[in-house]
Design a protein around this ligand. Structure first.
Ligand code: C5P
Length: 431
């Protein structure tokens, strides 16, 4: 994917061991299609050389406010006017403090102060020792920076270069990349709480065997990621799949349809949108054996009887919250043929306003898909694309259908949509 195509990122490095991760981050940003201009402080140059950063970014590094290469000798103005975003990674405790106070005694801080705040977003990826991160001064600075419109990305937890263990590591390059990509997505689900089911279910026959299906979970995981990128708080209830959890998404792993129902009924109480992407098994063995069913050599096969599983989507679509408009439900249909007819009938049968059809064999396990959206007004296709691209389109379609909040909350929503964000993991840990 080229999720950052056309974006020009000014990547600022300040003093910290995590500068070594900035090299990989620079490559990752370029790989997603961005152009990257590196700006380094003197302290950063103690940790990684401008030679490395120039070679990786394919541009000379800027490190001085007195840079005579600039015709107008105003590197701080030129750099900040060209950027789609300024990302400081790593951002030291000292540099955070400098930003708070409007310090401007080197090129990077000068450029941050000179940036047009309403046009050029500033994102910082803090990196420091855990005591420094938890220090009241840093906690205050974090809060102030957010208030000033800066997006403070989260920090990682774990072993630190100093030998201590705790919060304050800079996020990994791939995590930062996801956060930057997410930052640029339109916040069409800001203020929404979204519940997504994904993957197959596993219905036990005995302790070692069971019935499942070929759903990979990729579509549901992509929808969870797209909803999170769009500003929602997302809970993903996942059947047995080995996919990584999208950043910032709360994941609940389940096995059977019954487990999935329990998790969904609970999570739906605070959700405003439910997207049922999971391929839930229609039936389960009526009496799973608590011991492994053995071959006894007689050639006789065991006979299994089945009972129907609860329909999670229909259950939630009939709930009081859905009926009074507080929960918007979207279903999926994986069919092998006659997609439009089946999807149209299924939308009515499930009692949902929007149903998304896809051809099962053409989507299971694949990274791309094509979707057919069916609502009360008709149907139209989202043509074949990557599942993430389709998920983003679907999220935008859904956002346009959500009931409008009342006037007061719509103002609150608008404020949230333009307000600075703090991309800490969900649920946000207490500071
Ligand atoms: O009836 P069918 O399985 O084709 O319906 C598909 C839609 O219903 C999907 O959105 C799926 O997640 C949901 N579903 C469910 N619980 C079931 C069966 C399907 O939520 N037991």
């Amino acid at each position: 994917m080229n999720d950052l195509a056309g974006k020009h990122i000014v990547l600022g490095l300040t003093g910290g061991i995590a500068c070594y991760k900035a090299a990989e981050l620079c490559r990752a940003l370029l790989k997603e299609g961005a152009t990257v201009q590196i700006v380094m402080t003197e302290a950063a140059k103690q940790f990684i050389t401008p030679v490395t950063m120039q070679a990786l970014s394919n541009r000379p590094v800027c490190d001085s406010q007195w840079d005579a290469r600039e015709p107008n000798n105003m590197a701080h103005i030129n750099l900040s006017r060209e950027a789609d975003a300024i990302l400081i990674a790593p951002c030291s405790a000292d540099f955070m403090s400098k930003l708070v106070h409007g310090g401007a005694d080197d090129l990077l801080s000068l450029m941050c102060l000179a940036r047009p705040v309403d046009k050029v977003p500033l994102l910082i990826a803090p990196a420091m020792n855990r005591e420094m991160w938890d220090h009241p001064a840093t906690v205050r600075n974090r809060a102030q920076l957010q208030q000033d419109g800066c997006t403070v990305l989260g920090v990682g937890t774990g072993d630190q270069a100093c030998g201590e263990t705790g919060d304050g590591r800079m996020l990994e390059p791939q995590e930062l990349l996801q956060d930057v990509i997410a930052f640029f997505q339109p916040k069409v689900l800001s203020g929404q709480s979204v519940l997504v089911t994904a993957g197959p279910t596993f219905e036990a026959i005995d302790p070692v065997r069971g019935i499942t299906n070929r759903s990979s979970g990729k579509m549901g995981f992509a929808i969870a990621r797209a909803a999170q990128e769009a500003g929602a708080q997302v809970t993903l209830v996942a059947g047995p799949v080995a996919l990584p959890t999208p950043r910032g998404v709360r994941r609940i792993d389940v096995q059977s349809a019954s487990d999935m129902l329990v998790a969904c009924v609970s999570a739906a109480q605070s959700a405003s949108l439910f997207v049922a992407t999971a391929a839930v098994a229609d039936w389960r063995p009526a009496q799973p054996s608590d011991q492994k069913i053995k071959k006894d050599g007689s050639g006789q096969t065991p006979s299994l009887t089945f009972v129907e599983n609860p329909d999670i989507l229909a259950t939630l679509a009939q709930s009081a919250r859905a009926q009074n408009g507080a929960l918007y439900c979207v279903g999926f249909a994986a069919e092998s043929h006659d997609l439009l007819a089946h999807a149209t009938a299924k939308r009515i049968r499930k009692g949902v306003p929007l149903l998304v059809g896809n051809i099962g064999p053409a989507t299971f396990g694949k990274d791309d898909n094509a979707l057919l959206l069916v609502d009360a007004n008709g149907s139209w296709e989202l043509p074949r694309n990557t599942k993430l691209a389709l998920a983003r389109q679907l999220v935008s379609e859904i956002a346009g259908r959500l009931p409008l909040p009342n006037a007061e909350s719509s103002h609150a929503l608008l404020r949230q949509r333009v307000a600075p964000t703090c991309l800490l993991p969900y649920p946000a840990p207490s500071p």
